[in-house]
Design a protein around this ligand. Sequence first.
Ligand SMILES: C[S@@+](CC[C@H](N)C(=O)[O-])C[C@H]1O[C@@H](n2cnc3c(N)ncnc32)[C@H](O)[C@@H]1O
Length: 198
Amino acid sequence: MTATDQQSWNQRYIAGEFGYREPDAFVTEAHPNYLQPLLPAGSAGLDLAGGAGHHTVWLAQQGWRMTLADWSEAALAVAQEKAAPLALHPPLITVQGAALDVITRFQEQGTAFGFILVSFFLDRAVLPLLPRVLEPGGLLLYRTYTENNEGLGNPRGPRNAEYLLRSQELLEVYRGMKILHYNETVVHKGVAELIAQH
Ligand SMILES: C[S@@+](CC[C@H](N)C(=O)[O-])C[C@H]1O[C@@H](n2cnc3c(N)ncnc32)[C@H](O)[C@@H]1O
């Protein structure tokens, strides 16, 4: 991705393209089924490339200490607007920057999270780094488009193979982790989802 891509994401958020959205079932179901049973209450979570925070804010309301990272400052501003009336405690932390830089910085600082959520974002350089910023026993929740999305006529999602997972790719990258859940679907859109434990 380039600075132009970053600007175009900013423009989309400024234009209000992403208004209020309910969190996806992948996240609301992971909360009782994986996060609560496997992590200490109030663990720190990172929503990487989390946009305007529709997952982050919901997770923070469930008691997780959330950090939202995205390279769009407009998206982060929308998330903080959503969080403000909720008086979250602890407050939502937002980090602006490219995902690769953000993760590299966390690693250098020795910062680690109880879980990381990545939803509809792919930067292959970032994939192998994620376990390095997970605590032992920490969870990775990953869900994004696969190459199958192309053939299904779904108008949404990237066209460029750089941003589309290959079949089984997440399983290959995270083969060193304990795979708790993996699914690839081709109903309306091509999506792969993985939940794995460090
Ligand atoms: C499709 S949206 C997904 C947002 C959110 N995770 C969700 O599930 O709704 C992709 C997000 O990734 C961000 N993004 C794209 N490339 C990025 C990069 N290299 N580093 C950080 N954020 C990036 C965009 O600003 C945008 O908010």
